[in-house]
Design a binder for this molecule. Structure first.
Ligand SMILES: C[S@@+](CC[C@H](N)C(=O)[O-])C[C@H]1O[C@@H](n2cnc3c(N)ncnc32)[C@H](O)[C@@H]1O
Length: 222
């Protein structure tokens, strides 16, 4: 699916989030760059938004590797930034154990069913103390605001998606994928179980997205 919507993906993000996605990504990058990491890995790099913000705001020299399995998304990314992109599956990371200082990922893990496998893979390739920062949509629970968002994502976004991307169903799966996704609290537990410590999160976008931050635990802390 991502292969088919690559050329309109960025525009659709801006329209769908009323431009708020920019500030969420910027927050994620600020968190990621806190310890001035040298080697960053962007999982599900898509059209290269995060790598672009990283290279703009990093204060020290760094290498940002973008990984994605959709060739067309990476083609857009490669035209936009000078980062290095790798076409690969996030469930089988093609990088050495303990070689990464920081992993960032935005709006990707919701699309991958094997979450424990994914998080264990992240823990393997991060050095002890390395940072993981995840930006993802999160279930909103009950209440009128949640109902409003459900209507927006369930009815309006699929129509907008059809018009803008030209794909008949690319944006129809969004509401179900968010409802099926663990709550922000449950995701915290999953990260701890996979070998992360100091896990915390903050909600943004009226509670519709969450940014989780975690550190790779040392062996003796597991
Ligand atoms: C919604 S897009 C997010 C792109 C980018 N991170 C952003 O914030 O705009 C999800 C991306 O994850 C990629 N993706 C999904 N599952 C993947 C997997 N198992 N391995 C690698 N990439 C994957 C898709 O190809 C797509 O580019």
């Amino acid at each position: 699916m991502f292969e088919d919507i690559a050329s309109r993906y960025d525009l659709m993000n801006i329209l769908m989030s009323f431009g708020m996605d920019r500030s969420w990504r910027r927050r994620l990058v600020d968190m990621a760059l806190k310890d001035q990491p040298t080697v960053l890995l962007d999982i599900g790099a898509g059209t290269g938004d995060l790598s672009q913000i990283v290279s703009r705001h990093a204060k020290s020299p760094q290498i940002c590797l973008g990984l994605d399995f959709a060739f067309n998304m990476l083609s857009v990314a490669q035209r936009r930034t000078s980062s290095v992109y790798v076409q690969a599956d996030a469930r089988k990371l093609p990088v050495p154990v303990g070689s990464i200082d920081c992993i960032v990922t935005a709006f990707t893990i919701r699309n991958i069913q094997e979450r424990q496998m994914l998080f264990s893979g992240f823990a393997d390739v991060l050095r002890p103390g390395g940072r993981l920062v995840i930006l993802e949509m999160t279930p909103m629970g009950g209440g009128p605001l949640a109902q409003l968002f459900r209507f927006y994502f369930g009815r309006i976004v699929p129509i907008l998606g059809r018009i803008v991307s030209g794909h008949p169903s690319a944006y129809s799966y969004l509401p179900q994928s968010v409802e099926r996704f663990p709550s922000a609290e449950a995701l915290t537990d999953d990260l701890v179980a996979a070998g992360f410590k100091d896990v915390s999160y903050r909600r943004h976008g009226f509670g519709s997205v969450a940014i989780h931050e975690a550190l790779r635990a040392d062996q003796d802390e597991l």
